[in-house]
Design a protein around this ligand. Structure first.
Ligand SMILES: O=C[C@H](O)COP(=O)(O)O
Length: 249
């Protein structure tokens, strides 16, 4: 099965209104990209980002959502609010949220259901810590996270998995190509056993963790790697453009 590659940028807690110029630059540089392009700005910029990307095929995403559609949850944002602001996607279970906010895979599964209910595609993040890798537990940790974080009803249209080794995020370090392929193959296998081979073959599995313009093409060419979830190198259009080109192949 041919899966269209996805270049997804996660701006994390970065970006003031001046950063909208980066989206405008990408819009102008890629009128008809040969891959899917997604920017996940902070929630404060979502609506304006949607205006900046209007008329282009750049899609926008949130970085988290609450399990409820609305209610007394001070400081939280619902999936419906993300959608209303122009988002089509939402990143869920990023390791920074698992670490900073104690998010469990069970909670991530509930958030995924909330995202689907609002019509969003969920990008569900998994990944091992350095200690877990050193202990030889990577495949066990990652496949367990996949099984527990992806709820019943997953289909390719609404589900993306992002493999992000925690120790590779923002460090300039990446696993070897063989290590990336090993984990991505294991993730697809876990999806096949959890759902079906057909569903697993359709779901895109992104790699994230120190993806740069200089290493993106090599990583995106690996078996079962369907694009990237990019942090630091997505903040500047000039950098992210190189990653989009790598995803275009
Ligand atoms: O969501 C993105 C990842 O955490 C990767 O971040 P990074 O590209 O800055 O290493």
């Amino acid at each position: 099965m041919t899966r269209r590659k996805l270049a997804a940028g996660n701006w994390k807690m970065n970006g003031l209104r001046t950063a909208l110029a980066e989206i405008e630059a990408l819009r102008d540089a890629f009128p008809d990209p040969g891959c899917d392009v997604l920017i996940c700005p902070p929630a404060t910029l979502l609506a304006q980002s949607a205006l900046a990307a209007a008329g282009s095929s750049i899609r926008l995403g949130g970085q988290d959502c609450h399990v409820a559609a609305s209610g007394a949850h001070t400081g939280d944002i619902s999936a419906a609010m993300l959608s209303d602001s122009g988002a089509t996607h939402v990143i869920l279970g990023h390791s920074e949220r698992r670490a900073d906010h104690g998010e469990s895979s069970a909670l991530v599964a509930r958030k995924t259901e909330a995202a689907w209910a609002a019509g969003l595609t969920a990008i569900i993040c998994v990944g091992e810590t350095e200690a877990e890798r050193d202990a030889g537990r990577t495949l066990d940790i990652v496949t367990t996270q996949v099984i527990e974080s992806v709820p019943d009803g997953a289909i390719a249209l609404t589900t993306v998995v992002a493999y992000e080794p925690v120790w590779a995020i923002g460090t300039g370090r990446t696993p070897t190509n063989a290590e990336i392929e090993e984990v991505h193959t294991a993730i697809r296998g876990a999806l096949a056993s959890r759902f079906s081979t057909d569903v697993a073959e359709g779901i895109r599995i992104l790699y994230g963790g120190s993806v740069k313009p200089g290493n993106a093409a090599e990583i995106f060419a690996l078996r079962d790697v369907d694009g990237g979830l990019v942090g630091g190198a997505s903040l500047k259009a000039s950098d992210f453009a190189g990653i989009i080109r790598a995803a275009e192949g």
